[in-house]
Design a binder for this molecule. Structure first.
Ligand code: SAH
Length: 361
């Protein structure tokens, strides 16, 4: 049985594809030894494409105002104890200025679904950032919008869009979201983003309430078929003011194993070691890199709002200045033999299609 699992890892390394049942067998049969074997191969695969470089993205949390009521999320609309804010244009531009000086060449603007951020306002802002920093990439992570809205943002110069699919299991999707949000629309948004030309990122939470290994296997298969430029995964962490307050957090071990599997699935995938991973374990992000991740996303938001962008309890990096966050992460990466680079950090080509054609798939 164990030998079978090791050969599945070898197969994933060579063919970058497994069946949902094979992914599930790996998740069911995970042992520390299997995880170590997988991480070693994942690091080699990442090394071949990116060497020891780690890409950084400056995360600017532009608003915690949200019209949605996702059951897991601390900034959900019905959380009355959340103190709401939104950043103005000047504040966002000054985060970029500070970030640029610190060596960031990607700015990620993330927020709740705040209707204040109209296409017009965002397009104007994106235009200003791109004009001032033509060597930087702009990433948006602002939830579900229409095709036309995404298109306008892309035409204004945005390069990338992160929209986690959250789960590829439609039944689980319903348990995690209110009735007015649908799995179909989420997936449709992702397809639109890709069609428009964004470098698109999907992703999911690990250990979300009611999640099973079959749901996680569906997530892996979804990522494999969608072939995103980026994939953000991190443990679910409960937030005390949500309906999921009493659920347990996802684990470090499962998240690390999934990072390794995703790396073998696509050696050039942009794969962050997330803040949530650093929250459940003090060296979670370092361990994420050592499992195959190649991106970190230090916080560039003004310190005054950081505690308010509380998606889950005990989120780290809410007290430090941006410069401290960047140098802390640089040190952490150096401590494990990696280095943060000053670059846009686009996905490097890795032609999976050709490989598959070559192997008669
Ligand atoms: N409104 C945007 C950004 C959401 S916040 C959007 O819809 O895409 C970014 C991500 O944080 C979410 O996609 C979700 O996967 C994650 N997240 C939210 N609540 C969380 C929690 N309690 N634990 C871990 N991750 C969480």
């Amino acid at each position: 049985m164990q030998n079978k699992l090791y050969s599945l890892i070898d197969k994933l390394e060579k063919e970058h594809s497994l069946s949902p049942d094979e992914y599930k067998q790996l998740l069911d049969g995970r042992t520390p030894e299997l995880a170590e074997y997988t991480a070693k191969k994942a690091v080699a695969a990442r090394q071949a494409v990116y060497g020891n470089d780690v890409y950084v993205r400056g995360l600017i949390e532009i608003s915690n105002i949200c019209k949605n009521d996702c059951l897991y999320c601390g900034i959900r609309h019905s959380n009355k104890s959340c103190s709401r804010y939104r950043l103005g244009e000047e504040e966002i531009l000054s985060c970029c200025e500070e970030g640029y000086a610190l060596g960031f060449r990607t700015f990620v603007m993330q927020g709740g679904e705040d209707p204040f951020f109209t296409d017009e306002l965002l397009c104007d802002l994106i235009g200003k950032i791109k004009k001032q920093y033509p060597d930087c990439a702009v990433t948006l992570s602002l939830g579900e919008r229409s095709f036309d809205s995404y298109k306008a943002l892309f035409d204004a110069g945005a390069d990338r869009y992160l929209l986690r699919h959250e789960t590829a299991d439609p039944e689980l999707y319903k348990k995690l979201h209110p009735e007015d949000l649908s799995f179909e629309n989420r997936i449709n948004c992702l397809k639109n983003l890709k069609e428009i030309g964004f470098q698109t990122g999907c992703g999911f939470m690990v250990g979300a309430p009611y999640q099973t290994n079959s749901s996680l296997a569906a997530d892996l298969k979804f990522v494999e078929e969608f072939r995103p430029a980026m994939c953000g995964i991190g443990p679910f962490i409960p937030h005390g003011a949500t309906p999921f307050a009493e659920f347990k957090a996802g684990t470090l071990e499962v998240t690390l194993f999934l990072l390794s599997l995703l790396r073998l699935m696509d050696p050039s995938l942009l794969l962050p070691a997330t803040t949530a991973l650093g929250t459940i374990n003090p060296t979670g992000r370092e361990q994420g890199i050592l499992a195959g991740a190649n991106v970190v996303m230090p916080n560039l938001s003004p310190v005054s709002v950081r505690k308010k962008y509380e998606l889950y309890d005990n989120k780290i990096c809410t007290g430090e200045e941006s410069a401290q966050c960047k140098s802390c992460l640089s040190r952490r990466m150096e401590s494990i033999g990696y280095k943060i680079v000053t670059a846009r950090g686009d996905k490097k080509p890795f032609n999976i299609q050709l490989k598959q054609e070559g192997s008669n798939n």
